[in-house]
Design a protein around this ligand. Structure first.
Ligand SMILES: Cc1cc2nc3c(=O)[nH]c(=O)nc-3n(C[C@H](O)[C@H](O)[C@H](O)COP(=O)(O)OP(=O)(O)OC[C@H]3O[C@@H](n4cnc5c(N)ncnc54)[C@H](O)[C@@H]3O)c2cc1C
Length: 435
């Protein structure tokens, strides 16, 4: 970025790029267009939030509520956010993709300026973000870009291959592609999935997906089979999943651990083949969940380390690599906290509080954060893992004895209740974030 900072940088084109989606109301568009020109000289401190997912949108909302005098600007490229939680249900034909879609009217009603753009550069020294030829200054930046796929991690699997073999690890077109491929597969077909090494978005997600695909096959194509190749020997809620698989999908779902040859070394997209050190698996429908890292803008901002993820201070979520930039959600290295929407929401609230406190010249207090991850092994068959986390030794650790998982051998009534809790949780978080 070559432009030098000015006390009054030009506003974004059109005062915030036009939001073209027909789903957005006139009120949204007017509110964005009516946003005042942006200038560092304003007395109100300015916080720019990059990324309007579970982490960023929640942080923007809570910051605005904590101190209405803070000038909060949310920058997000998409007019419509498509949520990942419950997208495995879409793949299994249990839910419409429209139920996953959310717009930003609720934030605009809260008087948050929502700008539709992709941030292309961040200059931590000048404290500016750039998108195209536009540039805006901030006092503090909250970065919540989620994940990107590491395209060169798995030989043979690149962006072009993903058009044929979906990852469906960012919800939207990829989710629909996988659902349609399953629908088109003849009975008796073989579905092959691969799960990556840690860390990655939603640790129990691949196993929930395998379960719900197995449910779909059992219900609609009972002569079919699912093989789940894993780069790990252990996974989240493993005993609960394996108990459910034994009960619900015997002979249909096969999990291949790392030790048993589950690590995929190459993908051949032309033949839908997964290669491992122990042999190869040809799929009628293939789903690769590839290795991931923080959204690319984190690397561009200099807040991602060699792991591809972003080290943060566990009290304020401020980057350990760049001052005045806070990183939350999947992009952050949040110690023992998993990369989940629940965690992203909790981190967003803690970060908003810390940013408001720091801008007031005070010292943020040590937080406690909660996470609960629900999974469905079949419709009406839910279970969960929960934990409470606090900062210790510069990292977020789980408080001993604070959490745990649902019991093994629970009754079908208990599993049905947990499936209901899962749905209630999603409704609540979606409403808190976008409603
Ligand atoms: C199949 C599946 C099932 C899941 N189920 C659950 C579940 O049941 N419970 C749960 O808690 N979690 C679940 N998750 C995990 C959850 O989806 C993520 O943890 C959560 O979305 C993380 O929130 P985030 O805000 O960090 O990232 P995201 O929600 O991905 O949001 C990131 C946003 O940043 C924007 N962005 C990226 N780059 C830029 C840029 N340069 N400029 C501006 N904006 C940018 C993106 O457009 C995006 O809107 C699931 C995930 C998957 C894949």
């Amino acid at each position: 970025m070559t432009a030098t900072p000015s006390p009054r940088p030009p506003p974004a084109r059109g005062g915030g790029a036009p939001i073209s989606s027909a789903s957005l109301t006139r009120r949204t568009i007017l509110a964005v267009l009516a946003a005042p020109a942006i200038a560092r000289a304003q007395p109100a401190p300015r916080v720019i939030v990059v990324g309007g997912g579970f982490a960023g949108a929640t942080a923007a909302r809570f910051l605005r509520r904590l101190n209405p005098n803070i000038d909060v600007l949310l920058i997000e490229p998409n007019a419509i956010f498509t949520a990942c939680p419950f997208s495995n249900e879409v793949i299994a034909g249990l839910r419409d993709i429209d139920a996953q879609r959310f717009i930003y009217d609720g934030l605009v009603a809260d008087r948050i300026r929502v700008m539709q753009a992709a941030v292309t550069a961040i200059d931590p020294t000048q404290r500016s973000v750039a998108f195209g030829s536009n540039r805006l200054l901030y006092d503090r930046l909250i970065l919540a870009p989620g994940i990107d796929i590491v395209w060169d991690a798995l030989p043979g699997y690149d962006e072009a291959a993903a058009n044929r073999i979906p990852h469906a690890w960012k919800a939207g077109e990829q989710t629909i592609l996988l659902q349609r491929q399953l629908e088109a597969m003849p009975d008796g077909g073989v579905v092959v999935m691969s799960s990556p090494p840690n860390p990655y978005r939603c640790p129990p997600g691949p196993y929930e997906r395998a379960s719900l695909i197995a449910w779909y096959l059992k219900t609609h194509k009972p002569r079919s089979k699912l093989i789940l190749l894993d780069a790990k020997d252990a996974f989240s809620k493993q005993k609960l999943f394996q108990e459910a698989w034994q009960q619900l999908y015997p002979g249909l779902l096969e999990w291949v651990s790392l030790s048993d040859g589950g690590k995929v070394t190459r993908i051949d997209p032309a033949t839908n083949t997964f290669e491992t050190d122990f042999g190869s698996h040809k799929a009628d429908v293939a789903n690769v969940i590839p290795p991931q890292r923080a959204g690319a803008i984190a690397t561009a901002a200099g807040v991602a380390d060699r792991t591809g993820w972003c080290p943060i201070d566990p009290v304020t979520f401020e980057s350990k690599l760049q001052p005045n930039i806070h990183v939350i959600g999947d992009a952050a290295i949040a110690g023992a906290m998993p990369k989940s929407a629940f965690a992203a929401n909790a981190q967003a609230k803690v970060c908003a509080e810390a940013v408001a406190t720091l801008l007031a010249g005070d010292t943020p207090q040590e937080p406690k954060l909660i996470n609960t991850c629900y999974s469905l092994a079949a419709p009406g068959h839910g279970f969960s893992v929960a934990g409470v986390y606090h900062p210790t030794g510069g990292q977020l650790t789980e408080i001993e004895g604070s959490g745990g998982t649902s019991p093994l051998d629970a009754s079908s009534e208990q599993r049905a209740l947990e499936a209901k809790y899962a749905e209630a949780w999603f409704k609540t978080i979606a409403n808190e974030t976008f409603g």
